[in-house]
Write a protein that binds this ligand. Structure first.
Ligand code: IPM
Ligand code: MN
Length: 355
């Protein structure tokens, strides 16, 4: 029996529904294994702008820092589109990543056999499956580089900047992740054009000397996108910058069937990680009980394993998800002929019952 403090950030749009689904499943885990999960809900994103006037109140940062881990739904929506750029909901997300120093973002994409039909790729492209871990740098690059705009609105610029230290620490995570998998790392950059990418590539090559068992190769980002679409099985670990990782992880998730399935873990210097689905707040379907809670539920499983060391409990969640899919239950986004359509709440309940 162990006790953990979890900060919950439901956020905006479908965020509250999917986080509540994950809590249903976590409660089933705590009941079965005798752990105690203490939840504390905090505001971030658009709902925080509405309540406090800012997307990331200090109180939220403080509570997250004190907790053992953070579970996040999603933030943002058209309601806050007219906010000035420094006060958008997304600023809250970037701010919490920075405040918790979560420089490493792990985004696994695995094609489940049950979801082959939900993938946009033809069967022949999926024969060898897909099991890729995108290791995305999360607190640097163009997301955090200097921004400028002309007062008269005639130009604007953002800066992609990486230090050797920043590249090294994310590279280490990628190599160590690969050591536990198939020992292959593809470093994705745009070294034919960008100076920051040339430094990225050089640093990865130097770092690879410490991991002689891991095969390191390089791909330009445009080619990597194409390769993911035409031969997704070739990848084991992809390591890349903040923006390239953002783009490639959406692509890899779509190939795996639906962006509604994929979890992510954001980790840093401490054990306190932040776990979130890789999809957004889907404001168009918010409150309709049709969102897919699985990405958030399996994010909670990643939290149990990576931050709490509860390996068996994490497996119980992933197995329960598989069982429910095997029983042909599907949310709208992964629905196909002959399957049984269920809502967000019902899907979470079914998974909880299978723990
Ligand atoms: C993600 C999201 C965020 C990002 C947005 C909401 C700021 O797309 O987590 O992938 O770009 O990092
Ligand atoms: Mn994204």
């Amino acid at each position: 029996m162990a006790e953990f403090n979890i900060a919950l950030i439901p956020g905006d749009g479908i965020g509250p529904e999917i986080v509540s689904g994950a809590v249903t499943v976590l409660d089933a885990v705590s009941k079965k294994y005798g752990h105690k999960f203490n939840y504390q809900e905090v505001y971030m994103g658009g709902c925080a702008i509405d309540k406090y006037g800012v997307p990331l109140p200090q109180e939220t940062v403080d509570i997250c820092k004190k907790s053992d881990s953070v579970l996040l739904g999603a933030v943002g929506g058209p309601k806050w589109d007219s906010q000035p750029s420094e006060n958008r909901p997304e600023k809250g997300l970037l701010g919490i990543r920075k405040a918790l120093e979560l420089y490493s973002n792990l985004r696994p994409s695995i094609l489940k056999p049950q979801l082959k039909d939900a993938s946009p790729l033809k069967d022949e492209k999926l024969e060898k499956g897909l099991n890729v871990m995108v290791v995305r740098e999360l607190t640097g690059g163009i997301y955090f580089g200097e921004r400028k705009k002309a007062e008269d609105g005639s130009w604007a610029s953002d800066t992609e900047k990486y230090s050797v230290e920043e590249i090294k620490r994310i590279g280490k995570i990628a190599f160590e992740t690969a050591m536990l998998r198939d020992k292959r790392v593809v470093s994705v950059d745009k070294a034919n054009v960008l100076e920051s990418s040339r430094l990225w590539r050089k640093t990865m090559i130097e770092l690879s000397a410490d991991y002689p068992e891991v095969e390191l190769t390089h791909m330009y980002v445009d080619n990597a996108a194409m390769q993911l679409a035409i031969n997704p099985a070739q990848f084991d670990v992809i390591v890349t910058s903040n923006i390239f990782g953002d783009i490639l992880s959406d692509l890899s998730s779509a190939i795996a069937g639906s962006i509604g399935m994929l979890p992510s873990a954001s980790l840093g210097a401490t054990k306190c990680g932040m776990y979130e689905p890789i999809h957004g707040s889907a404001p168009d379907i918010a409150g309709m009980d049709i969102a897919n809670p699985i990405a958030t539920i399996v994010s909670a499983a990643m939290m149990l394993e990576m931050s709490f060391g509860l390996v068996e409990e994490a497996k119980a969640i992933n197995d329960a998800v598989d069982k429910v899919l095997d029983q042909n239950y599907r949310t709208t986004d992964i629905m196909s002929d002959g399957m049984k359509k269920v809502g967000c709440k019902e899907m979470a309940k079914l998974i909880a019952e299978n723990i």
